[in-house]
Design a protein around this ligand. Structure first.
Ligand code: EZ4
Ligand code: CO
Length: 403
């Protein structure tokens, strides 16, 4: 089999998605997700200028060799743009391979290790009572795992705390970055109060999660971990920016609060220290940013050796294609932990016909050959690219900070 053509489709059915479509001389096609939120066009240029020309004529069945060719062969390794481009290609190639085998992708990854995939969804609110109300509703909707975020009284709402503020362009995803305000000393005492109220309302038979969005220092995160211990959270996510993996040693020394990190990682080397020193409990890499099906499976197998479980990033900017690939990997591996799932706009669902399905807190893998997600290009054509950025964060004195 030979690759005859590769098309890059950019569309914005609620938010921007970059989709790679690979054509072969045997008529089989495959698609992959290559979206990097807020940097979409850089991936398109990388793909169109550099990867498409060198892939035409290659054998699409050689998924490992093509992955290595694009990774090692670039000389300039890693990075979110490069790795998203490789991810998009890799997903499309696995789609073709599984279609050629006439099997759903999970069969090529070892078959089913579980029947369904537990997800968590997000609840946000401007104050604690709003969040508690949202968590109760979410529980009624069948969720066994729920992420809760609250705004800081006296400060403007921050990313991730509003009712889906982080999910639509009508919220806080804007044409130019908005600037938010962050104050750690106001946040730290608030979060334990939130989870005390949430536990009072929904009890202990539910997994509760919280995302710090990289905003603390290690010692501040250690304090938060200790203060949250009575409420037995499933995890504390992105407690600190993890460029310095060793920073997690400080958190780990002080708290038994389980830790998760990795949604911005794109290579196994971003997490090597975290995993081998068992500084975290869940690794949050996702197919679209960590090297496709090939990269994701490699990282999770590595993590398994160190008792670290999977937790694929799965917000709305991880497209239904990448979500489909995540679900196949989630279903096949032994060390599955949880899958983030925000759901999508109706327009997005129309654009990506798929065989996976969501039902009351769980995702179910599809049985169609390939990864089971397709793109309706007529629908895509109705939603042209529209520039959108994540917000940035400043301290109250105006200094830039992590968000
Ligand atoms: O900030 O998807 O856990 N989920 C998250 C997301 C991310 C965005 C980045 O594009 O933290 O909301
Ligand atoms: Co997160």
């Amino acid at each position: 089999m030979k690759i005859t053509d590769i098309k890059i489709i950019v569309a914005s059915p609620g938010r921007n998605f970059v989709t790679v479509k690979i054509y072969t001389d045997e008529g089989l096609t495959g698609i992959g997700d290559a979206t990097v939120n807020g940097r979409e066009k850089s991936v398109v240029a990388y793909l169109e200028d550099h990867l498409v020309p060198i892939l035409i004529g290659k054998d699409p069945m050689r998924t490992e060799d093509i992955w290595q060719y694009l990774y090692k062969g670039a000389y300039w390794r890693r990075g979110p743009i490069t790795m998203a481009a490789i991810s998009g290609i890799d997903m499309a190639l696995w789609d073709i391979k599984a279609k050629a085998a006439n099997m759903p992708l999970y069969q090529l990854l070892g078959g089913k290790s579980r029947d369904k995939v537990m997800v968590y969804k997000h609840v946000g609110g401007l104050d604690i009572s709003e969040v508690v109300e949202g968590v109760v509703k979410m529980r009624e909707a069948g969720l066994d795992a729920i992420r809760a975020q609250v705004s800081i009284p006296g400060l403007p709402p921050i990313y991730g705390t509003g009712p889906s503020l982080d999910q639509t362009k009508g919220g806080m995803i804007t044409a130019l970055p908005t600037e938010e305000v962050w104050a750690t000393h106001k946040y730290l005492p608030l979060v334990p109060k939130l989870f005390e109220k949430v536990r009072d309302a929904v009890g202990w038979d539910v997994h509760l999660l919280h995302d710090v969005h990289h905003r603390l220092t290690p010692i501040e995160a250690a304090r938060l971990g200790k203060d949250l211990e009575p409420f037995r959270l499933f995890w504390l996510e992105d407690a600190v920016a993890a460029e310095l993996q060793e920073g997690f040693r400080i958190i780990r020394q002080h708290t038994t609060q389980p830790l998760a990190v990795g949604e911005v990682f794109n290579s196994i080397y971003d997490l090597q220290t975290l995993i081998t020193e068992q500084l975290i409990d869940y690794i949050r890499v996702t197919s679209v940013h960590a090297g496709g099906v090939t990269g994701l499976k490699r990282i999770f197998d590595f993590a398994a050796i160190y008792h670290v479980r999977s937790a694929c990033h799965g917000p709305m900017d991880v497209s239904p294609v990448a979500m489909g690939c995540n679900i196949h990997v989630d279903t096949a591996i032994n060390n599955f932990g949880i899958q983030e799932f925000s759901g999508y706009t109706e327009e997005t669902y129309d654009m990506f016909p798929r065989s996976w399905r969501y039902e009351r807190g769980y995702l179910h893998v599809g049985e169609t050959p390939g990864h089971g997600v397709d793109i309706d290009e007529k629908v895509a054509a109705k939603f042209p690219y529209s520039p959108a950025y994540l917000p940035v964060a400043r301290l109250e004195d105006g200094g830039m900070t992590s968000w």
